[in-house]
Design a protein around this ligand. Structure first.
Ligand code: PLP
Length: 466
């Protein structure tokens, strides 16, 4: 916080030098970092502060994760207390905060689940794949259910297997080939850009029929699980029709397939309910959680399994039914203590309800942006929203990469951080918003006003070019 009050250019310069000489950053190009860097040193609520003292409204909550907002000093105290007592012991044993956290999570799901702790969203999905396969092997010893069916343009993580399960071809290109034929993709429910060029409801959920056709074509007896994110974030916040998830669940039940739901972004209040799938009345068999579980105060994540799955892992030790893997840091006591308090805050301050109310307020504001001909669609649930930019509202031709980046950069210059997706050729043109759930209405207004100016400036640039 000291830099916040008295920014010191010498300290900033020293950090930048030290970083450029030594760090390898994810995704960003170092040549670009040499020209311009962000060094964040403090945060409070929905605001983060650069080393030069500039404040930004962070409408992406970091990477869609700081749900309770920045600057919750009490979490530092909780971590310190737990570290003084016992920071860590492997989760083959029990510890106080992890047991409490598991009980809280199961309570938020309405009971009937057990929690396996890991450290990131990718690991949570990876453990989900393995639990699904082990379950199927145990339940049908003569069967061979091992495939995961997921959707094109989904994002499920960065490890080789989660990348393979994801459906973003361009993200995979540098690393292929990966895996065998165990990850099968089906059409995604991106209604604004329906892969079948149909419209809801006359489409009669062609995407679900496509999933069923794929299950049948693959042979249902080879499919272990279907993996879905309730509201697809990375493709530009695609909210499916209300019947989509219940129908996917019905397919799973019909063919003896587990339903694995990715709540890494959707979870912990983000969409206006505690979990995204709770909008749709389904009961997943496996749930991956991360991000909002601790609001990123410490790394922790979880793979949560329904009691039907948990039951398959019970038996005599010699039967070997126990979970067939261990993560060194799984159930880390200090991280669990922080996550537990994070959830107490989330519930006490009714942040899911607040996300629903302020999400609606923000959505109403964003809809006014439709006055610009380049706004094709505004969509979302709670505080997970997207503004899709197009060249032409009729043809839906996606807005160009430079223009979309121009909107993001314009907002940043105005002190507002917004996101954008990069999910493949036709899915690069949505501005994403996923602010801390504590965002105020005044901050929502500022967000809309800034986007309004940014889109107007983009449009002026387009006319100038014409
Ligand atoms: C939907 C979804 N699943 C999984 C992941 C992977 O999480 P992590 O980056 O913590 O490994 C992400 C990350 O953004 C995500 O958005």
């Amino acid at each position: 916080m000291s830099l916040r009050n008295s920014p010191d250019p010498a300290i900033r310069a020293a950090v930048v030098r030290q970083d450029l000489d030594n760090v390898l950053h994810p995704i960003v190009q170092h040549r670009a970092l040499e020209a311009s860097q962000a060094v964040y040193v403090a945060g409070q609520g929905s605001t983060i502060v650069d080393a030069d003292g500039t404040e930004y409204l962070d409408a992406m909550a970091g990477l869609w994760c700081v749900n309770i907002g920045y600057g919750r000093v009490e979490l530092a105290e909780i971590a310190a207390d737990q570290m003084r007592q016992l920071a860590y012991y492997p989760h083959t044993a029990m510890n106080v905060p992890a047991a409490r956290l598991a009980e809280q999570i199961v309570g938020m799901l309405g009971g009937g689940y057990h929690v396996y702790f890991v450290n990131s969203g990718s690991e949570a999905n990876e453990a989900g794949f393995k639990i699904a396969r082990q379950y199927q092997k145990q339940e049908s010893p003569n069967g061979y259910r091992y495939k995961t069916i997921s959707r094109y343009y989904a994002y499920h993580g960065t490890t080789m297997m989660t990348l393979a399960a994801g459906g973003m071809g361009e993200r995979k290109a540098k690393f292929e080939p990966m895996g065998g034929g165990e990850f099968i993709h089906v059409a995604q429910p991106t209604c604004y850009r329906c892969p079948f060029k149909l419209s809801y409801p006359s489409c009669e959920l062609a995407c679900v029929r496509n999933m069923e056709n794929t299950i049948l074509g693959e042979n249902p007896d080879s499919v272990a699980e279907v993996l879905v994110e309730p509201i697809m974030s990375g493709v530009g916040v695609a909210v499916p029709p209300d019947e989509y998830l219940p129908e996917v669940q019905a397919l799973c039940r019909k063919y003896g397939i587990l339903l694995h739901v990715d709540e890494v972004i959707n979870g912990f209040g983000r969409t206006g309910k505690l979990f995204g799938h709770q909008h749709y009345g389904v009961e997943p068999d496996i749930i991956a959680m991360a991000k909002g579980i601790s609001s990123a105060y410490l790394p922790i994540a979880a793979t949560v399994v329904r009691d039907n799955v948990f039951g398959s892992f019970l038996g005599e030790p010699a039967e070997g039914r126990q979970v067939g893997q261990v993560n060194t840091y799984g159930g880390h006591a200090a991280a669990a203590a922080v996550a537990s308090r994070n959830i107490e805050i989330l519930l006490a301050e009714k942040l899911a309800e607040r996300a629903a109310e302020n999400g609606k307020y923000l959505m109403d504001g964003l809809k006014t942006l439709m006055k610009h001909p380049w706004v094709g669609d505004v969509r979302g649930k709670g505080l997970l929203q997207g503004v899709e930019l197009v060249m032409d509202r009729k043809t839906k031709e996606p807005m160009g990469n430079d223009q979309v980046q121009g909107v993001v950069d314009f907002c940043k210059k105005q002190g507002v951080i917004v996101g954008r997706v990069r999910a493949g050729r036709d899915y690069q043109n949505t501005i994403t918003l996923s602010p801390p759930l504590v965002i105020t209405r005044a901050e929502c207004d500022r967000l809309v006003e800034t986007l309004d100016k940014a889109i107007a400036a983009m449009g002026a640039g387009l006319s100038g070019r014409a």
